[in-house]
Design a binder for this molecule. Structure first.
Ligand code: PAZ
Length: 352
């Protein structure tokens, strides 16, 4: 793929690879299934020494929650996530309105203890986390930019090839469709002041002011103009070349319900992988559409009275249910379905 000849290799690639290789070797020896779960949003830097970047909404809830259910289902998990987005297990206590200190209190002797209200739930989460650490079934690797994401994904896919059908790709990260290629990126911070924003911003430093030499993000008078290239269709490469024998699941996010099914069908047809999971921004925490060549279309839904909190700020018409006392997470319905489908892939070869 030409992309990798012209966009920089991340500095931490070797370090990530080394850890991943040891992890994959261990689980291959133990005949365990390994899921690569991608999670969170990718950034699109506008400058090489990055001050400004484009980002997206994803908090990594889908990925972090799914990783826990994969672990519970007996998989080892490589968790490739946007740095500082939600992580398996710690997600229960981070990024919430509570400060972590709110989970604690003092006992009668003044020692710090977990508040009784949270004690049982925290004991359960701690037990799962400790098990994953003891068995070394969770490898956590961070990325930030879309460029890092693509390099890591390719590298991990190639390392996972010996797992063959025991390897699974669950691509929940919200990956940008557009980016600034390395050869069209300015080195330094884009200057908003007209006094500083002229020739200094040319990527190659020469005096040519023609449009071809303008960097992708540049000032035109007082306006910042951003002209992004499409991110290459990496899913095709993953399916055909990097992970030809593994099970591959992609996600499709839409906001318009009337096109979700068609977009999922089209992705399945175009890439010929195993499963597309469609979701809508507004309802993604309680319903998803599973689309596969084998089983057609199937909605998974959390019953109304068992839903978690609404998606803050995005709910629109205000008809959201009251959060349930004993909520069900949609990922607890998704992962068992996937495990069954994966068993079929392993048993029957490759039912793409
Ligand atoms: O991270 P999150 O839980 O807030 O959102 C999850 C999601 C909507 C990013 C994921 O389910 C998804 O659809 N990912 C793929 C997005 C896309 O590239 O279409």
């Amino acid at each position: 793929m030409e992309y990798f000849d012209s966009n920089p290799r991340p500095k931490q690639l070797d370090e990530h690879s080394e850890g991943a290789q040891a992890f994959i070797d261990q689980h291959a020896r133990e005949h365990r299934r390994v899921a690569l779960v991608t999670s969170g949003g990718t950034t699109v830097p506008l400058e090489n020494q990055t001050v400004r970047f484009i980002d997206n909404f994803s908090a990594g809830t889908r990925g972090a929650t799914s990783a826990e259910y994969f672990l519970e289902a007996g998989y080892a998990v490589i968790f490739l996530h946007r740095q500082f987005s939600l992580l398996p297990y710690s997600r229960h206590y981070s990024h919430t309105t509570n400060c972590f200190l709110d989970y604690m209190t003092h006992d009668e002797r003044g020692a710090v203890v977990i508040d009784a209200e949270y004690r049982q739930q925290m004991a359960d989460v701690l037990a799962q986390y400790t098990k994953a650490k003891r068995e070394n079934t969770l490898l956590i690797l961070p990325f930030t930019s879309v460029n890092e994401y693509l390099w890591y994904l390719r590298d991990l896919a190639i390392l996972m090839q010996p797992l063959a059908a025991n390897g699974l790709f669950y691509l929940a990260a919200a990956v940008s469709d557009f980016f600034v290629p390395a050869d069209r990126m300015v080195e330094h911070k884009i200057q908003s002041s007209e006094e500083f924003n002229t020739k200094r911003q040319l990527s190659n430093g020469d005096d040519d002011n023609s449009n071809e030499n303008l960097p992708a993000a540049h000032m035109e008078g007082k306006k910042l103009v951003i002209d992004l290239d499409p991110v290459p269709k990496f899913l095709k490469q993953l399916v055909d070349a990097w992970a030809p024998r593994s099970m591959i699941i992609s996600f499709k996010l839409e906001t318009d319900p009337s096109i979700l099914s068609e977009k999922c069908q089209s992705a399945l047809k175009k890439y010929a992988h195993h499963l597309v999971i469609g979701n809508l921004l507004r309802t993604r925490k309680h319903e998803v559409l599973m689309v596969s060549a084998r089983s057609g279309e199937k909605w998974l839904r959390v019953p109304t009275d068992r839903r978690t909190k609404s998606v803050t700020g995005l709910t629109g018409n205000g008809a959201e249910p009251v959060p349930a006392a004993d909520p069900i997470e949609i990922e607890s319905l998704i992962i068992p379905e996937i495990k069954t489908l994966h068993s079929e892939v392993i048993a029957k070869g490759d039912p793409r």
